[in-house]
Design a protein around this ligand. Sequence first.
Ligand code: WT7
Length: 681
Amino acid sequence: MSDVHVSFNLANDHFNDQEMFLPPAPLLAGAHVSGINAYHELYRNSINNTDEFWKTVASELYFERISNKGLEWNFDHKTGPIFCKFMDGSLTNISYNCLERNIKRGLGGKIAYLWEGNEPSDTSTITYQELLDQVINFSAVLRAHGVKKGDVVAIYMPMITELAVAMLACTRIGAMHSVVFAGFSAESLSARVTDAKCRVILTSDGFYRGAKAINLKEIVDKAVQIASADGVDVTSVIMVEHAKRVTIPEGARPINVGKLSSIYSSYESEMSRLKGTDSPVEWMEAESPLFLLYTSGSTGKPKGIQHTTAGYMCYAYLTTKCTFDADLQNDVYWCTADCGWITGHSYLLYGPLLNGLTGVFFEGVPTHPSPSRIWEITDKHHVTKLYTSPTAARALMAFGDSYLQSTSRNSLRIIGTVGEPINPSAWMWLYENVGNKHCSVVDTYWQTETGGHMITPLPGATPMKPGSATLPFFGVAPVLLDSDGRVIEGPGEGNLCFSRAWPGMMRGVYGDESRFVKTYFAPFNGYYFTGDGARRDEDGYLWMTGRVDDLMNVSGHLLSTAEIESALVAHLKVAEAAVVAAPHDIKGSFPYAFVTLNHGEKLTKELVAELKVLVRHKIGALAVPDIIQEAPGLPKTRSGKVTRRILRKIAEGCDTGLGDTTTLIDENVIKQLISGRNSKG
Ligand code: WT7
């Protein structure tokens, strides 16, 4: 896609703050939250009568036992430990709520997922009843492999319905799943396996992504080896034979897994071996851990974000219901995210199933076999709600509207985006060209840590402004703080924090209590700190301005600059590295690396290629820097701290306006870096 040129520039892509688009009338009419006054009233109620508000939400779900506890929390470390609890003492199970509860209300024969493979000829469907049967069956397999309540199971799988089965089977028996995106490298997988001491890995032989063959089994073998060297022995790998059964894309090589070692077993044979075995639901304490999901941390070591049962469940349920205006009768809902990210957890798996919806489950990529794929699937299944990323929107927009014109997309009602700021022209393209001006476009701001939407328009209520995530979700209290921690009232810009807990918030960093407090609560005592900057306009609308820490957002995925830097310095020829985010028309931003080489070394084409391979191996393709520039030295303060502020400016292409450089040890370094960048053209 690198040869695609787009005619807009993210940095200059600003619209008038005042320009508003009202929710289309048909959406307003039947919405769960209809009209902005209804939103304001419910919002006030969620803040003033928090427990009552959430009790009503919980009453729509099944609890085996209900306590009288509501939302309890403390964000002020001076008055005691930081914590959050929701419905403490209650018992429930999220997998039961997704499956049995819906089947009991007559949805057994309803399609849970319409699966679309990488190749358009590969499709299948699964009903709620079939999903439950497979979940019970697979939970018996997990139990037979020694998995019990409280264990962590690693899942490294392509986007196939067995992945949904695996996640729901874990939560059925109270085991935490830790899904690792199947684009991560063996080293990244093993780091996650080791951190949570996983004994069991669920995977598949491999899959095709576009025309590319990915042999997952090879990667798992390597990860198991590394984990074992680090003291964690994986005892079972359960492998779905998926690559074997699908259509091989034109030009791709077939995937061959070779010999399987004794820790391997086949998903299919284990399922038939234990078919019909009873495997009851494990009733879980409201606050017992539900799953782990690793996300980048600014120190470079990924954090295992820990969510809990009742709070996450109620939050995923209500946000899906309101933000996508869930319609049990008519919806075909499609979230294009991979289950390796939180969006796939909350809005492909749990949220839609809790709402009893039919969803599209897509294995492929938006551009294969052509950039019409998303619109073709939309028409084929009459998709009503589409949830995707600004990067996908920008990439498809860059291919031109001819790929849209062969489709009608008339079924669409709501288009959602997530993961990164959406620039107004991509927003307008979704609104006008994709949605034919009859859809609400919801720009949802949230994080792995928040479990669900925090700042988002509601499609039948909130007047939309292109590029703004608009107003807080129910129960959410955003606050902007200046660098001294003073609250900014009214219009202004600052650090985005939340002053109250919400049920779906993370409860900890796995195995590292102090990191939880240090990362999210120490920066501004009394508040949860997001790591993002935001601006509030005259109407009280919030506009995200990007990360204010050492994380960068590439195509909607968070990466740690420190993690990429440590991958680069692992090369024997590299003495030092500094990585910053530089603006990119499609990906939002990309990693730009400055490397200082050991004496006598030169940054040849071969070395650049070696460094890229190294980052790919240590982290994954996502993290590979688009540009690697040789730096004779890095700009440092007298105390030895690299000044990223200046490197960021250089990477952006600025020659002047670098700010105060007088505190640097060697101002000459900057001139060299600028001329080095310019000589790259
Ligand atoms: C970070 C969280 C939330 C699921 C996917 C990413 C950025 C997310 C938006 C948005 C502007 C956004 C923030 C946030 N972000 N959504 N609508 N507008 N920025 O989850 O990997 O935990 O990343 O993504 O920087 O902190 P994540």
